[in-house]
Write a protein that binds this ligand. Structure first.
Ligand SMILES: [Zn+2]
Ligand SMILES: [Zn+2]
Length: 273
């Protein structure tokens, strides 16, 4: 086929989607990555961001992103990970120098899966914010049953100076508003398609379109009609379709905005395509 100036677009001339958060190195996705990428392409997904949860498994992500130009990396340690090595600011900044690393995370607070004295989690979160500011890579923030502390620490550390995304957003309109005020984007996952997620769908209608992102968090949280199955980047299409229906616009419009937003937020990724 003849290449045209719109060569990065699919043959239907629709802007490709970006899955802004997935875990391609996790079972069972890692066992069939070429098929995962083919199905992503067939469903109009052009790029994906493979998100780090431990320093020990980060090299797996590095390898994937260096072998596949359509996949970007983040580096960081998930708030619920207790076994692995604790990251310090210098090490995160050093790792973020890799050309495929476009973000720091996922980091944040999760008081649902971890309980007790949460000082260790808060200190880890603060180090990630400092590393993001020092490296110029925006943050991927995970928050669960910890919204007030998450927003407070973001404010105290000046997270808005570097910005980032509140990933897999499940919080209230008020929390969304406070995150938007701090220069953050809001990313919706398959949860927004779940039958009992009426309140979240109301939030998803309100987020300004220039701050909206879509993600799968694959292999978890497959959207309807695949709820309960293994999730994969191809299914980000169903998240985008849900947002399009909620906001009475087209899939093309959601794809165009969320993809532009992704490359605006993760400036580093824009320089790699
Ligand atoms: Zn998360
Ligand atoms: Zn995740």
């Amino acid at each position: 086929m003849r290449s045209t100036p719109t060569g990065s677009r699919t043959r239907c001339n629709v802007t490709p989607l970006v899955d802004s958060h997935c875990h391609l190195n996790f079972d069972p996705l890692n066992a069939g990555l070429e098929d995962v990428f083919r199905r992503a392409r067939d469903n109009g997904v052009g790029h994906m961001l493979c998100v780090s949860v431990t320093l020990e498994t980060y090299p797996e992500i590095r390898a994937i992103t260096h072998a596949h130009p359509n996949v970007f990396a983040s580096v960081g340690v998930h708030p619920n990970e207790r076994e692995g090595r604790e990251p310090d600011v210098d090490e995160l900044v050093q790792l973020a120098c890799d050309e495929r690393v476009v973000a720091i995370g996922e980091t944040g607070l999760d008081y649902y899966r971890s309980q007790g004295d949460m000082t260790w989690q808060q200190e880890r979160f603060r180090r990630h914010i400092r590393a993001a500011k020092a490296s110029g890579r925006p943050l991927i923030i995970h928050t669960r049953e910890a919204a007030a502390d998450t927003l407070r620490i973001m404010r105290e550390e000046g997270a808005g100076d570097i910005g980032g995304v509140m990933h897999c957003f499940t919080e209230s309109q008020d929390v969304a508003h406070q995150a938007l005020e701090q220069n953050f984007y809001i990313s919706f996952s398959g949860i927004v398609t779940f039958r009992n997620a009426e309140a979240l769908r109301e939030v998803a209608k309100q987020v300004p379109v220039e701050r909206l992102l879509v993600e799968t968090d694959a292999p978890y949280l497959a959207p309807v009609p695949f709820r309960g199955k293994t999730n994969e980047p191809a299914y980000v299409k169903y998240v985008a379709e849900c947002l399009a229906a909620l906001r009475t616009t087209s899939l093309e419009d959601i794809a165009a905005h969320t993809t532009r937003n992704f490359f605006t937020l993760f400036r580093r990724a824009a320089s790699l395509v």
